[in-house]
Design a protein around this ligand. Structure first.
Ligand code: FAD
Ligand code: NAP
Length: 548
């Protein structure tokens, strides 16, 4: 099983390449999966639609794109040598630096020779007789693989809004999730931006510096905490590098896999003054660990409102004109129930003379015409339009592939009313098909690199076990899947997450079933369940022997 062999021709006359593991996607998940598959002595191929590695950080090249998990933590932990030799230049790494890191990893571990770039997987069909996946691409190539790993990303299917006349717009249209590599020259232009989620909040201050005038079309205001990004402090970097193993382990014991200072008392158990001091301290420190102040912020509406109100006050202080400040104040969801944003001068940007907030909740966009956008009764003449409108998250990239399991079952059909998996890792009816950070895993609520490493390691160990016991297939049982989905649903219902119209719930995509997709029980609880399942001989999975 050491080499990729070209086997026989297929129906279309193309050769079918055989490998042990076919991996879709060359982001951090696919890259690590390739590395571990090789360490098992398996042949593996990665198929990637982009022309390079890095996934999210390959595509999201908009000005201001940056991580909101500290650099010392948003990086692989699997190689001590790697984490010692790589130097991050800022507290929060910028997109170009993270992409450079992804490329460095690819070179260091010699990954590129097994990645087929510029190739999109269109179809993956399980061949029951031989227990193999037959994977077809838009380049006409086909692969036959024993195991297929979907490392397609939770935020990789950019979502273009369905706005009347969008296609008639004569200027440039740029989605933040698919930003042109050569950059975009916007200076001197009137620019419109639709969307004020994390991407919008990062790109808006940068666009404001370039545009003649920037119109921000906002439907829902968001909570954001100042990132307080800065150059990497050498002592801080050294303290991490000296204690990496210990700190990574500690981070993994925390709900989001991020080393943060967690408060242990209810927000309601302390005085208003003590609470304010705590929020002020965290606001001054910057970053999303603001939400770690009290353990009940995402469980108790009254507790949550103390933090929400604090941030609302900060927004009103930052924005000089109260008529502009008020529509920027989020009131329709608990703080943190949508992914909290981290910004650099976002609210202050609305004090600039060349920036106008257009409240499209009050005055909805009527249409887009060749020269601009009409919202309410006003027309905004634009040279370029930036769409920071997010993603068909968690299931989008998977559903774009025609995945056909046992007895001709299509994944899109099975997931018609919402995704169903066991642990986010496998879906019943789709043997030998693993998903990294799939629906039903905590991935998007965590430092995603940690979630990726844990999932990929679990998958690699599972494959090693299957080889050991000479098994031909593994499949999640229907009852294990049902029990897990119930657990995912119940856990979410105990929190305030379900009170926000977020992409976690899928409601940002017209027609997508409203099902809360991530597991909110925290990374350590999830990982213990995954480990217990494995240690108990893959409880909840049926494992078949090699046919004679
Ligand atoms: P991705 O990086 O999305 O890679 C998936 C790859 O699969 C892509 O390259 C895609 O082209 C490829 N692919 C998909 N479908 C196909 C197909 N059919 N055929 C071939 N190739 C395919 N997470 C954090 O923890 N902290 C952050 O601060 C953070 N910031 C983010 C900022 C932005 C702008 C975005 C969009 C996401 C951010 N995330 C963040 C989440 C981020 O997606 C993950 O941290 C991580 O990069 C995901 O890696 P991945 O390999 O799972 O997926
Ligand atoms: P998002 O959070 O889904 O935000 C999309 C924005 O577009 C929302 O403001 C939404 O408004 C608006 N929108 C969508 N369709 C619209 C329409 N038809 N008309 C008007 N407005 C519309 O997407 P995102 O900002 O790209 O972020 C997605 C996730 O990626 C984040 O939550 C985060 O996990 C990750 N990310 C992280 C960072 C970071 O700081 N590291 C940066 C970017 C992204 P409504 O709210 O009203 O729907």
């Amino acid at each position: 099983m050491q080499h990729n062999d070209v086997l026989e021709g297929c129906a279309g006359g193309e050769a079918v390449e055989s490998c042990d593991v076919l991996i879709v996607g060359a982001g951090f998940a696919g890259m690590y999966m390739l590395h571990l598959a090789r360490r098992l002595g398996l042949s593996a191929v990665v198929v990637e639609t982009a022309s390079g590695v890095g996934g999210t950080w390959f595509w999201n090249r908009y000005p201001g794109a940056r991580c909101d998990v500290e650099s010392m933590q948003y990086s692989y932990s699997f190689s001590e040598e790697l984490q010692q030799e790589w130097h991050w230049s800022e507290r929060y790494a910028s997109q170009p630096e993270i992409l450079a890191y992804a490329n460095y990893v690819a070179m260091k571990f010699d990954l590129l020779r097994d990645v087929k770039f510029n190739t999109r997987v269109m179809r993956a069909a399980f061949q029951e007789e031989e227990s193999r996946w037959l994977v077809s691409t838009d380049q006409g190539t086909q692969y036959r693989a024993k195991w297929c790993v979907m490392a397609t990303g939770c935020l990789s299917a950019a979502q273009t809004p369905n706005i009347l006349g969008l296609e008639t717009f004569k200027g440039g249209i740029y989605h933040t999730g698919n930003w042109p590599h050569e950059g975009v020259a916007l200076s001197g232009q009137n620019v419109g931006v639709i969307g004020t989620g994390s991407s919008g909040i990062q790109v808006i201050p940068e666009l404001a510096k370039q545009a003649n005038h920037l119109y921000v079309f906002q439907r829902t205001p968001n909570f954001s905490i100042p990132a307080r990004n800065r150059a990497m402090d050498a002592d801080y970097e050294n303290s991490w590098k000296k204690n990496y193993a210990e700190r990574r382990a500690l981070a993994r014991s925390m709900p989001a896999g991020i080393l943060s200072q967690f408060g242990d008392k209810s927000a309601l158990a302390v005085s208003a003054e003590e609470r304010r001091q705590e929020y002020e301290r965290r606001w001054a420190a910057g970053g999303t660990s603001f939400m770690a102040a009290y353990p009940d912020l995402l469980r108790n509406a009254e507790a949550n409102d103390t933090a929400a109100e604090f941030v609302r006050e900060k927004i009103r202080q930052a924005v000089q004109d109260p008529m502009v400040a008020e529509p920027l104040v989020p009131v329709d969801h608990p703080i943190g129930a949508k992914r909290i944003c981290a910004d650099t001068n976002y609210f202050e940007t609305f004090n600039r003379e060349n920036v106008t907030l257009v409240d499209i909740r009050a005055n909805p966009i009527r249409d887009i015409s060749p020269g601009g956008v009409t919202a309410g009764s006003d027309f905004y003449e634009l040279g370029s339009l930036v769409l920071a409108t997010g993603f068909d998250a968690i299931t989008g990239a998977l559903n774009k592939i025609e995945i056909v399991g046992r007895q001709g079952l299509a994944l899109t059909e099975k997931w018609r009313d919402g995704p169903k998996t066991f642990l986010g890792l496998m879906s019943t009816g789709f043997p030998n098909l693993f998903i990294v950070t799939g629906p039903g895993s905590p991935s998007v609520l965590t430092n995603v690199i940690v979630a990726i490493e844990d999932n990929v390691k679990w998958i690699a160990e599972c494959i090693a076990y299957l080889i050991d016991v000479d098994a031909e297939y593994i499949e999640a049982t229907a009852s294990a899947e049902e029990t897990w989905m119930e657990e995912v649903r119940k856990t979410a219902e105990g929190t305030l997450y379900i009170q926000a119209k977020s992409w976690y719930l899928g409601v940002n995509v017209p027609g997508k079933p409203a099902v809360f997709m991530p597991y909110v029980g925290g990374l350590p609880t999830y990982q213990k369940i995954c480990d217990d399942v494995a240690n108990e001989g893959y409880r909840g999975f049926s494992i078949g022997k090699r046919p004679n």
